[in-house]
Design a protein around this ligand. Structure first.
Ligand code: AHZ
Length: 308
């Protein structure tokens, strides 16, 4: 048996198999002294299961009454969550994301290229986050979109007052009528995404709910999953019709999305590209400053409710 030199082990791609041995290139080989004694702390499988169950069920219980629910964890939803959680550590913020992986369309720039472009003044958001960028004058470039998204995500998830429920879809909106008969959004109806995807072939898989005085919807433009809340507002006749997202025009699109981020019906703030479907705004393509700053504006709109 060839003895692998300790210093070269990690570079040979060896996988520890226990008992001081490593499997490398199909052979079991003797490992260096340091690894011979290696062992994890003991555990029983149920401890692992309970460690997860206890926390998830506590979170479900805690966030069944939230202060704010953010629907969609794309670049806009995550920017909203970051701004809110930083400003108000006392508010309970639930993020509902349909996909297993949060981040929406912000893991790459455009056409699957790596770099992410943000027009100024969105560079201030990057500086606040601590994401490095190259300054190109009117705009800045983050070397990889995943650097922006992973940094934002890690900061959002570290806030003690934020819970991300991923692999969970918003299937409907909870509504109330005020004394004048006007509709108000009072929460969201949720289900596991994998369940949501099977309503056509399995019967009666009823959803659950989260109540909150403020819902912020950032589900992106129309598509298989996108523009969820605003499409539902039309079908429940809370708004008459959607304007429909228009063609690409970076200059008009970004200003329109940031400025237009607002409460569309009482209790429901809409930001990011979902808003383009309401207002008939242009799309901006692969420039993300408006997503970050629409998130900031959505957070400010929400904070007004709690400052009253
Ligand atoms: O999975 C969706 C994504 O992560 C999630 N989502 C959609 N419907 C949902 C539902 N329940 C829970 N019913 C839901 N989650 O929402 C997220 C939306 O992220 P996104 O990146 O698509 O939207 P955004 O508005 O944050 O960013 C848009 C980025 C774009 S698109 C665009 C263009 O097409 O020109 N340009 C930019 C910058």
């Amino acid at each position: 048996v060839e003895v692998v030199e300790p210093t070269t082990l990690p570079h040979k791609g060896g996988i520890p198999v226990g008992n001081g041995k490593v499997r490398a290139n199909g052979d079991v080989q003797v490992l260096d002294a340091k690894w011979k004694e290696f062992s994890f702390e003991p555990i029983r499988e149920s401890q692992v299961a309970r460690a997860m169950y206890r926390r998830y069920f506590k979170d479900l219980d805690t966030y069944a009454e939230s202060d704010i629910v953010i629907v969609g964890a794309g670049s806009c939803g995550l920017s909203t969550a970051y701004t809110l959680a930083k400003a108000r550590p006392d508010l309970k913020i639930a993020i509902i994301e349909a996909s297993v992986s949060p981040g929406g369309g912000a893991w790459l720039g455009g056409q699957l290229f790596s770099a992410m472009v943000m027009r100024k003044p969105a560079d201030k958001f990057l500086t606040d986050l601590g994401v490095p960028f190259e300054d190109e004058g009117a705009y800045v470039v983050v070397k990889h979109a995943a650097l922006f998204t992973s940094t934002l995500l890690s900061k959002v998830l570290a806030f003690p007052n934020v819970k991300l429920f991923n692999a969970t879809s918003v299937e409907d909106l909870i509504t109330r009528r005020d004394e004048s008969g006007n509709i108000r959004i009072a929460g969201v109806v949720t289900n596991w995404t994998l369940v949501s995807m099977h309503h056509d072939d399995q019967s009666c898989m009823d959803p659950s709910t989260i109540n909150a005085p403020v819902i912020i919807s950032t589900t992106g433009h129309d598509g298989p999953f996108g523009a969820f809340s605003v499409k539902r507002l039309v079908s429940m006749q809370a708004i008459e019709k959607l304007g429909g997202m228009r063609g690409l025009d970076m200059n008009t699109a970004e200003d329109a999305i940031v400025k237009g981020t607002r409460e569309i019906v009482p209790g429901l703030i809409v930001g990011g590209m979902e808003l383009s479907e309401v207002d008939g705004a242009n799309r901006m393509g692969p420039t993300f400053g408006a997503m970050a700053l629409s998130g900031v504006k959505a957070a400010e709109e929400a904070l007004k409710v709690f400052e009253q």
